[in-house]
Design a protein around this ligand. Structure first.
Ligand code: FE
Length: 345
């Protein structure tokens, strides 16, 4: 496995780059906007293709690199389903898997620091965001934080992971880089409490100043901009009703770009084909499924995904390779709100 812990000294943020092999797919956790050029260079040097950029939660102390990485690499942006950020093209829930080629992480909902905080666990390590820090825990006094929920997330979820598991947090301000679950159980001063009420009292008594960047970072991280607006301006967006009508006439093929797990959880549009976003480039090339459908069978391609972000990027990629695709604005989420039919797999 390729693993890099990257540090932003201004905000004390750790970002993590992971891949199973050189030449393969990569994912990055909690990227910082000022470091995006550094990540891009490193990925070129290591011969990695960024497929997913993930935030553990909506950050208050730095601006996320998700939007810039999406613009540079057309990667999928990922957060938990509770997020208020617009940029997110894939939303995870507790029990889901976060995957790229050769790597799979368990998605654990760990609210408390914020109401959209997630942790990601794989074999020997867990990425804990700001839920569990090294000898500390993330503050719970803003962004819908809740000390009681955090106690539950830490004691009933994270501390039940094996003791040897390495803990990689989103921040450290003292220079520590890694810990383990067992070590934090024993030596994290915030965890030496006798009850949930003791923990709540401890957290509510911290009286911390707001982070310096908070008034800038939170609004910036909520609104990172959508590709969909650009695609609509070019006339390549369809409403759910328009897409449904084209599909019924047989003039168009609806193509689902989501992953298997999303299709299983949220259902699919009847009669649609599956071509996951990660394999888009291959499918658009001569010999690929989408190339054949559009250019040999003369079908209009109509992409859809969860919320319309991946499909907007796919429309642009298809148009760039000479295929006149469009997409359903707002994805299957908008389709369902318009009472479109959905079948479960
Ligand atoms: Fe945070």
């Amino acid at each position: 496995m390729i693993f890099r812990q990257l540090f932003d000294s201004v905000s004390g943020t750790y970002s993590y780059l992971l891949a199973s092999r050189a030449g393969g797919e990569a994912l990055i956790i909690d990227p910082v906007i000022e470091k995006v050029d550094r990540y891009l260079t490193l990925m070129r040097e290591l011969d990695l293709r960024l497929v997913k950029a993930v935030d553990t939660h909506l950050h208050a102390d730095h601006i996320t690199g998700l939007g810039a990485l999406r613009d540079h690499t057309h990667c999928i942006t990922v957060m938990g389903e509770q997020t208020k950020a617009d940029v997110v093209s894939m939303r995870l829930a507790d029990g889901d898997k976060l995957t790229v080629e050769g790597l799979s992480m368990d998605v654990i909902y760990t609210p408390g620091h914020t109401d959209d905080s997630y942790s990601f666990a794989m074999q020997d390590r867990v990425f804990t965001g700001d839920t569990l820090l090294i000898r500390g825990t993330g503050r719970t006094d803003f962004q819908n934080g809740d000390a009681r929920q955090q106690y539950d997330s830490i004691f009933n979820r994270l501390l039940r992971l094996p003791d040897h598991m390495m803990v990689f947090p989103a921040h450290d301000y003292k220079g520590d880089t890694v810990s383990t679950i067992g070590e934090e159980k024993r030596y994290n001063p915030r965890l030496q409490v006798k009850s949930v009420d003791d923990y709540v009292a401890l957290m509510n008594g911290l009286n911390l100043p707001n982070p310096k960047m908070m008034d800038v970072a939170v609004p910036a991280n909520v609104k990172i901009g959508l590709h969909q607006q650009e695609i609509a301006r070019k006339g390549w967006a369809l409403s759910p009703a328009q897409a449904g009508a084209l599909g019924q006439q047989g003039a168009a093929v609806l193509v689902d770009l989501r992953e298997k797990s999303e299709r299983e959880r949220h259902g699919v549009i009847p009669g649609s084909l599956h071509a996951p976003y990660a394999a888009l480039q291959e499918n658009l090339l001569p010999g690929g499924m989408l190339h054949a459908l559009a250019l040999s069978a003369g079908k209009q391609i109509v992409f859809y995904c969860a919320f319309g972000e991946r499909s907007a990027m796919a429309v642009q990629a298809a148009q760039d390779s000479g295929i006149a695709a469009r997409h359903i604005e707002g994805g299957i989420d908008a389709w369902k709100k318009a009472d479109g039919a959905v079948v479960t797999l």
